[in-house]
Design a protein around this ligand. Structure first.
Ligand code: PGA
Length: 249
């Protein structure tokens, strides 16, 4: 049975209180219907509560963009998985390449964050992806499978973990890999998941991310083992995000 796609929006460091209107717009597009995919928006931490409130009663889930490994304590500026859940979040992105590069996050740390998320009943979206230099050196599959191996939380299961493959060079650049390359990398991630956790690895969703927009979503979502998308720039406006979700039909 094909996996139900997940279309996840990552607002990154964008959005003020007025952005709640985008969720209202998305809700009105849904008009009470059940979409052909799961819908998720991950705003900055400041907006999780407001968006969760706005999305209440709809098919739109809300999540965070990161969490700490600890449940509470002396970690200035961080938020815990428990806080995300308490604010109404259901998912948390961990190991996004911008955190791996801006904050020097290792796969071991990403794994610990994902485990903290699972411990609070959140779904962890574990991001992996090669840099342009790694791609040019022909190392994409090695880099990505190693990241999956080292970042996957213990007890990963279909209802608690999602993998997002995001080539670093495709994020925010308007460039995307060929569908052949996406197919090859997703197949390698699928094989890695199966070798790590057996049959459960068949049912974990693998999202593609990096310059997904309404115009290329259908093509990317049709690639085998692409079970949804992680969307940055094009998730900020309900119109574009909806255009991507519509490609799941
Ligand atoms: P983009 O970002 O869609 O703007 O390329 C994707 C992401 O970083 O999650």
């Amino acid at each position: 049975m094909p996996l139900r796609p997940l279309i996840a929006g990552n607002w990154k460091m964008n959005g003020l209180r007025g952005s709640v209107a985008e969720v209202e717009r998305l809700k009105s597009k849904l008009d009470g219907s059940t979409p052909a995919c799961d819908l998720l928006i991950c705003p900055p931490a400041t907006l999780i509560m407001a968006l969760a409130e706005a999305a209440k009663g709809s098919a739109i889930a809300i999540g965070a963009q990161d969490c700490h490994t600890a449940q509470s304590g002396a970690h200035t500026g961080d938020i815990s998985a428990e806080m995300v859940a308490d604010a109404g979040g259901a998912y948390v992105i961990v190991g996004h390449s911008e955190r791996r590069s801006d904050h020097g996050e290792s796969s071991a740390l990403v794994k610990a964050k994902a485990e903290a998320a699972l411990g609070q009943g959140l779904v962890a979206i574990v991001c992996v992806g090669e840099t342009e230099a790694e791609k040019d050196a022909g190392r994409t599959i090695d880099v990505v499978t190693e990241q999956v191996r080292a970042s996957l939380p213990v007890n990963a299961a279909a209802d608690s973990v999602v993998i997002a493959y995001e080539p670093v060079w495709a994020i925010g650049t308007g460039r995307t890999p060929t569908t052949e390359d996406v197919k090859e990398t997703h197949a390698a991630i699928r094989a890695e998941l199966k070798s790590l956790i057996g049959d459960e690895g068949e049912t974990i969703r693998i999202l593609y991310g990096g310059s997904v927009k309404p115009g290329n979503a259908a093509e990317l979502l049709a690639v085998p083992d692409v079970n949804g998308a992680l969307v940055g720039g094009a998730s900020l406006k309900a119109e574009d995000f909806w255009g991507i979700a519509a490609a799941c039909a």
